[in-house]
Write a protein that binds this ligand. Structure first.
Ligand code: MLT
Length: 412
């Protein structure tokens, strides 16, 4: 009989969102009348249609594939040159940042890349992960065997947790001890906090001092409204020597179903071999992508490239402003209900302290049963998320207004 990967047996319950879906389905089955009132502010999934510039480009790309002269089969695994060039210019060089087109790898999602990046990192790294955190960072490390078992709070042996609390504004400082790989997400999922330049400078200085690699997830950078907050880790001098950046078209271009993202691996980023030799990570990621991935489809990459046209950029801005408008309504509603609220200003998530006496799941159940709204329990993001819940602003305006009203009507 074949052996299985026992690391999977260490994983806690289900992945958070399938677990929420299971509970919501059980609620709907038991309460069919209430189910029709249900508003989902759980998973951060976009609701608004793709920008018209994108749909036009998608249609055109389909036609391209239907004609002999413009048909294409396999594309470059790391992305078509024209998309990499548009990204490199608009997201980096036009902003004065030094990122070359061939340091950009187009993929089908940041979630996939955040997990896949472990392929090119060694197994002896000390891994630091914020708590609360996007669960993918933790679970992918568990799956590849970087951890021991979880304790009763859900914390895995072998991971260095960086607590994100009200006291540190949900942005952790670098630890006193040396760690090798650090996951940072700014603007943050789930707390909605965004790291300042000074905070990122401290992390880059730490990483350079210890030879660590920062895995910087900037999937929500389009939501930054404060002009002082960096959109990219490469705004910090020295980051090219210590950081990989993950970006996504999911939350700005509405590509959660369409799937397109990219990862930047600077050629100047080095890591060491067991024998102490310093080697660049870029060729390893290129090798990984060309071996395990066949690229995002031509059609979807054409759609993503349309996000960089003048029309596309304006339409993305409108989409982001729509969701940010929802976020302010939700913040206002939760505050009017007497709740303590964070985030929602530079991020599409609001992070709410559950009233005294409520655990995250107790708040989830109450809000589901009494307001018929689905939120995400903070404890699903880590033990330091206990006592909080996350409300996603990805919704129609009418739903955001209704959720704001229902939150105010709840009696705790
Ligand atoms: C979330 O709700 O945290 C996100 O939608 C998850 C994701 O982007 O994969």
């Amino acid at each position: 009989m074949a052996f299985l990967n026992e690391n999977y047996l260490k994983l806690k319950a289900g992945y958070l969102f399938p677990e929420i879906a299971r509970r919501v389905k059980a609620f709907g089955d038991a309460n069919p009348a209430a189910a029709s009132r249900l508003i989902r502010c759980g998973i951060g999934d976009v609701t608004e249609p793709l920008p018209p510039a994108v749909t036009a480009a998608l249609h055109q790309a389909v036609d391209d594939l239907g004609r002999r002269e413009t048909f294409r089969g396999y594309g470059p695994e790391q992305g078509y040159d024209w998309l990499r060039a548009a990204i490199g210019k608009s997201d980096y060089r036009d902003r004065g940042l030094d990122v070359a087109d061939d340091e950009i790898f187009v993929s089908d999602g940041s979630k996939c890349d955040c997990g896949a990046i472990l392929d090119i990192l060694g197994h002896r790294n000390r891994i630091a992960i914020t708590d609360p955190v996007y669960p993918v960072y933790v679970d992918t490390n568990v799956m590849v065997g970087h951890t021991g078992e979880a304790d009763t709070s859900g914390a895995y042996a072998g991971i260095h947790y960086l607590p994100c609390t009200e006291a540190n504004g949900f942005i952790p400082e670098p630890p006193a001890e040396a760690v090798d790989v650090i996951y940072l997400c700014s603007p943050n999922n789930p707390t909605g906090a965004a790291a300042t330049r000074a905070q990122l400078e401290a992390w880059v200085a730490y990483a350079r001092r210890h030879g660590s690699v920062l895995l910087f997830d900037a999937a929500y950078e389009a939501y930054i409204t404060d002009p002082a907050i960096p959109h990219s880790i490469y705004e910090i001098p020295g980051a090219r020597e210590c950081a990989i950046e993950f970006r996504s078209f999911s939350k700005d271009g509405g590509f959660t179903g369409t799937r397109c993202a990219f990862t930047v691996v600077p050629k100047s980023l080095m890591a060491r071999t067991e024998s102490g030799e310093s080697r660049p990570l870029h060729p390893l990621w290129l090798r990984r992508m060309t071996t395990k991935f066949n690229g995002v489809s031509y059609i979807i990459q054409r759609g993503a490239a349309a996000l960089y046209t003048p029309d596309g950029r304006r339409q993305v801005r409108e989409l982001v402003e729509h969701y940010l408008g929802n976020a302010s309504l939700l913040v206002a509603g939760a505050r009017a209900a007497g709740l303590k609220v964070f985030g929602g200003v530079n991020a599409p998530y609001i992070w709410v302290a559950a009233p005294a006496g409520y655990t995250s799941w107790a708040a989830f159940d109450k809000i589901l049963n009494e307001a018929n709204v689905v939120i995400t329990p903070g404890s699903g993001f880590g033990s330091k998320g206990e006592g909080y819940f996350r409300v996603s602003a990805f919704n129609s305006r009418a739903n955001a207004e209704e959720v704001s009203r229902r939150l105010q009507a709840l009696k705790w």
